[in-house]
Design a protein around this ligand. Structure first.
Ligand SMILES: Cc1ncc(COP(=O)(O)O)c(C=O)c1O
Length: 345
C-alpha cells in the first residue's frame, strides 16, 4: 500500500508553466522571456566564473548582490532578500504571512501561480474581478484579508497600476500585507518602490527573468521593511541562491545602461505589435509589460494555428482568458513573422 501524502497535496493540481520545447525551431513568444542576450558584462562574468568555486557553498546571505541592489532602491541591505527566482520569494512571503485558514486577496486575471501557492499552503483565496480593460474594481474592506497580492504590470493584460492607486489601497488596510509583484516593471512608466519607505505593510518583488534576460539562472528579490525581510531569511533554504546566479546577478546590476536600452526597444516593439494587431481586428489591452494580450474570440484555435506554424504563444483555458492569447514581445523580426502568420491564415 502506498503512503498517502497530506490532504492538501491530495487535493492539488500541479502548476502548469508555459511550454519549454527543448528541440528549438519555434519562435517562442509564450513565457515572457527577453529575446535579447544578457549584457556583455554578464557574459564575460559567466566566462570568468571560477570553476574551483563550484566546490564551495555560495554566500548564504548574498551580501554583494544585496549591496548592489540596494543602491537602486535607497534603503539598507537588510531590506533586500534574494531568492531562487521571484517565484521562491513569493512562496516564502506567503509562507511567512499566511497559515491554514487565513485568506489572501487577489484579482482575476493575474499571474496564475498565486492561487497555486495559496492552495499548497491550505490558504483561502478571495478573487476580485478586474474591470473590462484590466482596471481595479471597487474593493470592499481589504482589512479582512491577511495579504493582498497584485502584479503591476499585471499579466496577462499588462495593466500598470500607478503608485497613487496602490497607495489608496494600502492606506485603507494598514494591517494587511500588500505584496506588489513588479516582475515586469522595467517595461512600465513608473514603479511603486517609494511606498516601502512610507508604509510598513508593503513589500515589492522583482525578477531577473524579464528585463535582465536571466530566466535561466533563477533570480529574484524582495524589497521591504527590515521586519518583513528578516522573516524571509528565517524560512529560506541555507543556500537558496547558487554561486553562478549571484555572480551573474551582480554583473547584471552593474550593466543598467545596457538593460535600459533593451527595455526601450521592447516598449517600441510593444507599441508596434499593438497597433498592427488592432489593425487586424484584435482587441489588444494597453500593456506596460513585455507582452500583450490579444483577443479575437477563440484563443484556443489561435494558439493551435500558430503552433502549426512553429510560433508559440500562451493560451489560458479559463472563462475570462480563453477568448485570446498572451504574446511575448520578441524581436521585431519575430513579431513580423507572427503578423505574417496571422495575415496568411
Ligand atoms: C507576475 C510574475 N511574477 C513572477 C514571475 C516569476 O518570475 P521568476 O522567473 O523570477 O520566478 C512571473 C513569471 O512569468 C510573473 O509573470
Amino acid at each position: 500500500m502506498s503512503v498517502k501524502p497530506t490532504k492538501i497535496v491530495q487535493s492539488l493540481k500541479p502548476y502548469v508553466p508555459g511550454e519549454q520545447p527543448q528541440d528549438g525551431g519555434f519562435i517562442k513568444l509564450n513565457t515572457n522571456e527577453n529575446p535579447y542576450p544578457p549584457a556583455p558584462e554578464v557574459i564575460e562574468a559567466f566566462r570568468q566564473a571560477m570553476p574551483e568555486r563550484l566546490r564551495l557553498y555560495p554566500d548564504p546571505l548574498c551580501v554583494e548582490l544585496r549591496t548592489l541592489l540596494v543602491e537602486r532602491h535607497k534603503g539598507s541591505v537588510s531590506q533586500i532578500f534574494v531568492g531562487n527566482g521571484s517565484d521562491e520569494v513569493l512562496r516564502l512571503l506567503f509562507q511567512a504571512y499566511l497559515g491554514a485558514g487565513d485568506a489572501v486577496a487577489m484579482v482575476n486575471p493575474t499571474y496564475s501561480l498565486y492561487p497555486v501557492i495559496a492552495a499548497q499552503l491550505g490558504v483561502r483565496t478571495k478573487i476580485f474581478e478586474l474591470g473590462p480593460d484590466g482596471e481595479m474594481p471597487d474593493f470592499p474592506a481589504l482589512s479582512s484579508f491577511k495579504v493582498f497580492i497584485i502584479a503591476s504590470p499585471n499579466p496577462p493584460y499588462g495593466t500598470f497600476y500607478p503608485e497613487e492607486t496602490l497607495e489608496r489601497l494600502i492606506k485603507s488596510a494598514p494591517s494587511t500585507l500588500f505584496i506588489i509583484d513588479e516582475a515586469y516593471v522595467d517595461f512600465a512608466s513608473g514603479d511603486a518602490t517609494a511606498l516601502v519607505a512610507r508604509y510598513s505593510n508593503v513589500v515589492i518583488c522583482r525578477s531577473y527573468s524579464k528585463a535582465f534576460s536571466l530566466a535561466g539562472v533563477r533570480l529574484g528579490y524582495a524589497f521591504g521593511t527590515e521586519d518583513i525581510i528578516e522573516n524571509l531569511f528565517k524560512l529560506k533554504d541555507s543556500y537558496n541562491v547558487d554561486y553562478l546566479s549571484q555572480t551573474l546577478g551582480c554583473a547584471a546590476v552593474r550593466a543598467q545602461a545596457y538593460y535600459a536600452g533593451l527595455a526601450v526597444r521592447i516598449r517600441e516593439d510593444r507599441a508596434f505589435l499593438t497597433t498592427e494587431l488592432r489593425r487586424l481586428g484584435f482587441k489588444v489591452y494597453d500593456s506596460q509589460g513585455n507582452f500583450i494580450f490579444a483577443e479575437n474570440g477563440d484563443g484556443g484555435a489561435l494558439y493551435e494555428s500558430l503552433k502549426k506554424k512553429m510560433i508559440l504563444v500562451r493560451y489560458f483555458d479559463t472563462p475570462r482568458l480563453r477568448t485570446g492569447v498572451r504574446i511575448t514581445i520578441g524581436t521585431r523580426k519575430e513579431l513580423e513573422a507572427l503578423l505574417k502568420a496571422l495575415r496568411d491564415k
